[in-house]
Design a protein around this ligand. Structure first.
Ligand SMILES: *Cc1c(COP(=O)(O)O)cnc(C)c1O
Length: 387
């Protein structure tokens, strides 16, 4: 029999243990749009078209095929996936990319986190322009990077003079720009991307060998929905070693549930991301699902053209009702202005339509759904406007 060591009771024996929550995280709520079970969900910019039975069958077969190897760690470098993603980007935007210029992770949210883990950090800042994607400040917080937000013009475009002045003033390690921007739908002209990349060559943190560049991240999560004549930042990727263009399979591709985001950048930039990623971060199942989905890219992307047309129709319809609507190159539309946007949001919800209460005060954002869903939204809107 062993005796427990005899110790005097500690003075603080009755004090309940408190968690050593990191400063800055106290009392914070996790990010996330409400996931409500309503008939028409137009709140998170998903593709409304589910994958076909043929796509589902191929995904199931691909997962079954990796099953017998799940005792092994997956391909850490997801080489086959990089090849297919490069091939897809070549077809989608004409960008001439090799597999060595592709990086992927569990959603482009994780890609962004890798970027800030690699290039941000204490004493460094990330610069963006509001209103923009509400997750960006959270990546900054989680990587102890200072978040600095300049402003967008009243029509939500970027004022290049203001952007260049802010870059000069802030000297950010990372410049984070969504194009098309969420929640406004605004795309960035290619001349602005080029001007920003040129300005950012020496505006980053100072090091022993002089100032580094600011890494310019163009988040093209909605890139495939851009209107005719709006180019992708991918077309200037070969000119800048400090440019990264992020994409995702969550939106146009209709694979939000698969969690696969990626970016294109110079191999030297990607080598730094490899340092901070968790080992084997892309599971064998994720890789198999993404590869199977990419084999069906034509079918999965077939709805993009009709979603674009549906979006343009929705913009016209809202404007005909006398509402303000931001120009949109995405699969959603920001519209307003409402003295009480919450009551409009609620009025729509009462009629089974979930939109997003996001963006500047007075505006609401609606995702483009199927023609049936959009029609239901229009009917509900008319009723709410007539109240
Ligand atoms: C939806 C969205 C993403 C995509 O996130 P995933 O993690 O790939 O699903 C990225 N950026 C913006 C601005 C978005 O709206």
């Amino acid at each position: 029999m062993t005796d427990l060591p005899q110790t005097a009771p500690r003075a603080d024996a009755d004090v309940p243990a408190r968690l050593p929550v990191r400063p800055g995280l106290h009392g914070l709520e996790p990010y996330g749009a409400p996931q409500l079970d309503v008939p028409v969900r137009l709140n998170v910019n998903e593709n409304p078209y589910p994958p076909s039975a043929a796509v589902v069958a191929d995904i199931a077969a691909a997962v079954a095929a990796v099953g017998p190897e799940l005792n092994r760690y997956p391909d850490r470098d997801f080489a086959a996936l990089c090849t297919e993603l490069a091939d897809y980007l070549r077809a989608e935007s004409g960008a001439d990319l090799g597999a060595d210029r592709i990086w992927a992770a569990n959603g482009s949210n994780e890609v962004m986190l890798h970027l800030l883990q690699a290039f941000g950090g204490p004493g460094r800042s990330v610069l963006s322009f509001a209103p923009t994607y509400s997750m960006y400040p959270e990546y900054a917080r989680d990587t102890l990077t200072e978040w600095v937000a300049g402003r967008r013009s009243p029509n939500f475009s970027l004022d290049l003079d203001h952007v260049l002045a802010e870059i000069d003033r802030v000297r950010p390690a990372v410049i984070l720009l969504a194009s098309p921007n969420n929640p406004t739908g605004t795309a960035l002209p290619l001349e602005h991307v080029v001007a920003i990349c040129e300005a950012a060559r020496t505006t980053g943190p100072a090091g022993a060998d002089g100032p580094a560049a600011s890494v310019v991240v163009i988040d093209e999560a909605y890139g495939e929905f851009r209107r005719e004549g709006t180019p992708s930042a991918l077309s200037v990727l070969p000119d800048f070693a400090h440019l990264a263009v992020a994409r995702t399979m969550s939106k146009a591709f209709g694979m939000a549930g698969a969690r696969l985001g990626y970016l294109a950048a110079a191999p030297e930039l990607i080598d730094v991301l490899r340092v901070v990623r968790l080992p084997y971060h892309l599971s064998a199942v994720t890789q198999a699902v993404a590869l199977a989905a990419l084999r069906h890219r034509e079918e999965l992307m077939a709805q993009v053209a009709s979603l674009r047309a549906e979006r343009d129709g929705l913009v016209r319809w809202l404007r005909e009702r006398g509402l303000q609507v931001a120009e949109s190159d995405a699969n959603f539309v920001l519209f307003g202005l409402f003295a009480d946007r919450h009551s409009v949001w609620e009025g729509l919800l009462d009629r089974g339509i979930l939109v997003r209460e996001v963006g500047p005060e007075g505006w609401l954002r609606v995702s483009v759904g199927t023609p049936t869903e959009t029609a239901a939204f229009r009917t509900a809107m008319e009723e709410v406007l007539e109240r």
